[in-house]
Ligand binder design. Structure first.
Ligand code: ATP
Length: 331
């Protein structure tokens, strides 16, 4: 039998909030297919409706139009308790852990499965331990949650979602407030979880760089437009990734994978190997330095030298800072 490729699908979905007889539409014509056992990142500007979208996917909010299916069943027709077993959610709100230890917090992931007094079976305990091991938080199991760093807490929250053992895990900005290293670690951890634990993961994030590096698929949400879905590489090569950039003056540089001002051509008066010339050009732009007509810069590697030439005059600099200092004094 052919296995279904998608865990969640939506056709022409409108999302928003109903108040009495009126409704406030936040997004429309959203059509999507979430791939099984893959990492998908949902990106879009603040306020575009990403959180509203995931609340709709989770069945917390009814869609205003269109249908969302989990497997073959419409989300709205799935019993809330069953849906809580199938979809694990990690939201942004800081939790109030009281005096809970890490192991106790992760055990809460088993709540949909335990009896009314919440007693864990041996199997539940095994799943909780496995979830902590998979997220590299087992060594923290006896530590109080209130004493964790933000990065550790985020990993523990992912462990709790894993302990719930749903097929789909949804995370709302798991890397917000984390430093660069932790952001990379969390996203790579999620990628590992899709591969080793066979989970499908949908992550809301504003980290374009890390999403490009780790995601199997990006969903780009833009005000009033349909969802743009595709592998990061296809979205970059087709230029569709630029839809994420609010300003006409910014564009995504597919060579460097960075966002930069559109008017950023390397002046012909700067010559030498890439990427040194590009970094030099960036420094000049940042400092609003434009080269006068009679000035040219020739860059050579090993040893790094910036030769600034003017009629009857040559200055050799060994660093970008020296170039800037020279030009600021002599431009
Ligand atoms: N309960 C609500 N009732 C009515 N409108 C709401 C409600 N919650 C959010 N909104 C509105 O819906 C719009 C989308 O908000 P949402 O939080 O979904 O955006 P977002 O893309 O997740 O934003 P961010 O990136 O800043 O988290 C906003 O204009 C917001 O004011």
């Amino acid at each position: 039998m052919v296995k279904d490729k998608y865990i969640l699908t939506g056709q022409n979905v409108s999302i928003g909030y109903k108040k009495g007889k009126s409704s406030k539409k936040i997004g429309a014509s959203l059509t999507f297919k979430l791939q099984k056992e893959k990492l998908t990142c949902l990106l879009g500007p603040n306020g575009v409706g990403k959180s509203t979208f995931i609340k709709t996917i989770m069945g917390q909010l009814p869609s205003l139009e269109g249908s969302i299916n989990f497997g073959h069943l419409p989300v709205q027709e799935i019993d809330a308790k069953l849906l809580a077993k199938k979809i694990s959610v990690v939201l942004t709100d800081r939790i109030s852990p009281g005096n809970l230890s890490v192991a106790q917090l992760v055990s809460l992931g088993r709540t949909p499965f335990t009896n009314w007094i919440g007693k864990l079976t041996l199997e539940d305990k095994e799943i909780v331990n496995e979830a902590m091991k998979a997220t590299k938080t087992y060594y923290l199991k006896d530590q109080l949650v209130s004493e964790l760093s933000d990065g550790q807490l985020q990993k523990v929250m992912i462990a709790r979602a894993l302990a719930q053992d749903g097929d789909l895990i949804i995370l709302d900005e798991p890397t917000a407030h984390l430093d660069l290293v932790n952001r990379y670690e969390i996203m790579h951890l999620l990628r590992e979880v899709t591969q080793n634990k066979h989970k499908s993961i949908l992550v809301i994030t504003h980290d374009l760089d890390i999403a490009i590096e780790t995601a199997d698929e990006l969903w780009i949400m833009q005000c009033g437009d349909p969802l743009l879905c595709g592998t990061p590489e296809d979205l970059i090569l087709s230029g569709k990734i630029n839809k994420l950039l609010p300003s006409e003056e910014l564009s995504f540089d597919s060579n460097t994978g960075k966002i930069r001002p559109k008017s950023f051509p390397l002046p012909p008066s700067i010559k030498g190997p890439q990427p040194i010339t590009q970094w030099l050009n960036l420094a000049l732009q940042k400092n609003s330095i434009s080269l006068s007509e009679e000035t040219s810069i020739h860059v050579t590697e090993a040893p790094l030298t910036f030769e600034i030439s003017r009629p009857n005059f040559v200055f050799k600099a060994q660093s970008v800072q020296e170039v800037l200092q020279f030009l600021q004094k002599n431009n």
